[in-house]
Design a protein around this ligand. Structure first.
Ligand code: IPE
Ligand code: MG
Length: 248
């Protein structure tokens, strides 16, 4: 059996279109999308994925109408409140990437802090929720941390930048899936996506289930990853899998 991709990241897209096709409100699409999140997490764990990242709210999503923003906050909170205990029992470590904006309700921040704290030592799978996340802001944050640490210009290397990211141990993305047929990164994890295999599925996020994850992983296995070289030496591939070599 082939090794599953180590880090799978999902860009959740298509909730609004899912609702429109049923003559429902956009928020109904977000509620339906919640079920897909709840299904995707154990499916990834079962597939042997060690790192799963879900993009649930972008720094640009603040520009949506306020009632929709409020509802997205609510959905994210509901996901945490309804699933933290179960995910904890599955050995999942929960983390929230981004979450800097002061418009995030304090009770959501509290729930995040609780979930992160409770699941901190779990080793089954790391579930990172990119929530109020933007790839460029992430990089600006790392640059600020580097300045604050007083590094000299010659010390500002790629490794130094990686070490000053919010979660320095978050590995490069192996498989990046976007649903709904859109072909964009939308400012998602620009640093970690450098060598990701991109898979675009036509399924709308609320319809996404274990079989779509399996389909994406199947497409991933048919790709040849060379990381800028002509072939992928067996040693490098093994190193990438155990994290001892970074993908560049
Ligand atoms: C993704 O679905 C949900 C989030 C942004 C969190 P959209 O709301 O972007 O759905 P479409 O693109 O309008 O169909
Ligand atoms: Mg969209």
């Amino acid at each position: 059996m082939q090794c599953p991709p180590r880090h799978v990241a999902l860009i959740l897209d298509g909730n609004g279109r899912w609702a429109a096709r049923r003559a429902l409100e956009r928020i109904d699409g977000h509620s339906a999308g919640e079920e897909a999140i709840v299904a995707a997490v154990p499916a990834a764990r079962e597939a042997g994925v060690a790192w799963l990242t879900l993009f649930t709210f972008s720094t640009e999503n603040w520009n949506r109408p306020q009632p929709e923003v409020d509802f997205l906050m609510h959905v994210n909170q509901r996901v945490i409140r309804n699933n933290t205990q179960h995910w904890h029992e599955l050995g999942i470590r929960m983390r929230y990437l981004g979450r800097e904006d002061e418009r995030i309700p304090a009770s959501v921040q509290d729930d995040i802090a609780y979930a992160e704290d409770l699941t901190r030592h779990n080793t089954g799978m790391t579930l990172t929720t990119a929530f109020d996340h933007g790839g460029r802001r992430d990089l600006a944050r790392a640059a600020r941390a580097i300045v604050a640490a007083g590094l000299t210009p010659s010390q500002v290397t790629e490794d130094a930048l990686a070490a000053h990211m919010q979660y320095p141990d978050l590995p490069d993305i192996d498989l990046l899936v976007r649903t709904s047929g859109e072909h964009r990164l939308s400012n998602f994890m620009l640093w970690q996506a450098a060598y990701a295999e991109l898979v675009f599925l036509d399924v709308l996020w609320p319809d996404f289930r274990a079989e779509h994850l399996a389909e994406a992983i199947g497409l991933y296995h048919r790709r040849q990853r060379r990381f800028g070289a002509i072939t992928a030496p067996a040693q490098t591939r093994a190193g990438l899998l155990d994290g001892s070599v970074s993908a560049r």
